[in-house]
Design a protein around this ligand. Structure first.
Ligand code: SF4
Length: 273
């Protein structure tokens, strides 16, 4: 049992589901990533920093900073393009005029012996519905089928049911009131939208409880059998699964790689708790 581990998040659960060994290295042993040596990895890191900065620009916009002022801060080619895509998206740019906006909201709830924690880019309460907005700066647009089963999609919606009553006048949201929208800064006209049902919520929460229980009682952390998961994994050198990043030409594999290197706000919160 990982005694010092007290919180779980969509990232740590995704790691556990993808590869228990990666979960161990990252969250139980808390090993820093091995040094980034190759050019693609450095490029990847720059892309992720821009992604994090873009999130900050949107947050500033949502709290009321004028768009022209923010545009000046979008000072790289990528940031400029993403920002223009955002501001030209009528649905999103108009969001900040709504009353019930919760940007960078953190929710948490007990899950087995852990606390489940999530930081949301934005929760917008509108017409008796709660829309979870998540901005993605992925280079490639993943398939909806892939997104639908990601831990983020499952955890964010389930946790809003579980821990979002204070955003709904003290009453828990019904799953049917909830939707999760991913907006892709490189594909602004092709968002992914996931509604929710009570049946899905029950299935998700049962899965989360089962995973928390498994993690609580884990005595070993086997390496994944699916070697495609290793292609971009930063811990390859610990597992004797190759030193160089793979050449998997697959949108999902590359997207997973972007997520893997991403030390996001959520993880920082996780460590601070
Ligand atoms: S290299 Fe492969 S086996 Fe090792 S932690 Fe990464 S995904 Fe798991």
């Amino acid at each position: 049992m990982p005694s010092q581990l007290t919180t779980l998040s969509q990232s740590s659960l995704q790691d556990y589901v993808d590869c228990a060994r990666r979960f161990q290295l990252r969250y139980v042993d808390r090993l820093a990533y091995p040094a980034i040596e190759s050019e693609p990895a450095l490029e990847n890191e720059k892309h992720l920093q821009e992604g994090e900065y873009f999130h900050r620009l949107v947050q500033q916009y949502l709290i009321g900073i004028p768009a022209e002022q923010i545009a000046k801060l979008a000072n790289t080619v990528n940031l400029q393009r993403w920002w223009e895509n955002f501001i030209n998206s009528r649905d999103l740019a108009g969001l900040r005029n709504l009353p019930g906006l919760y940007a960078e909201a953190t929710l948490s709830a007990p899950l087995g012996n852990f606390r489940l924690l999530a930081k949301y880019d934005l929760i917008a309460i509108q017409d008796n519905r709660a829309i979870i907005h998540d901005w993605k700066t992925y280079r490639k647009r993943p398939r909806n089928e892939w997104l639908a089963v990601r831990m983020q999609t499952r955890v964010y919606r389930a946790l809003l049911v579980r821990a979002g009553a204070h955003l709904n006048g003290g009453k828990s949201f019904e799953p049917e009131q909830i939707e999760m929208d991913y907006w892709f800064s490189e594909y602004p006209d092709d968002p992914a939208r996931f509604t929710y049902t009570t049946v899905q919520y029950k299935r998700d929460w049962d899965t989360l409880v089962k995973l928390a229980d498994e993690i609580q009682n884990a005595s070993s952390y086997p390496l994944t059998d699916d070697r495609t998961k290793c292609s971009y994994c930063p811990y390859r050198s610990y597992c004797d699964r190759g030193v160089r990043a793979g050449d998997v030409e697959q949108a999902e594999a590359e997207t997973e790689a972007e997520e893997l290197f991403d030390v996001n706000f959520e993880q920082i919160g996780e460590i601070a708790f």
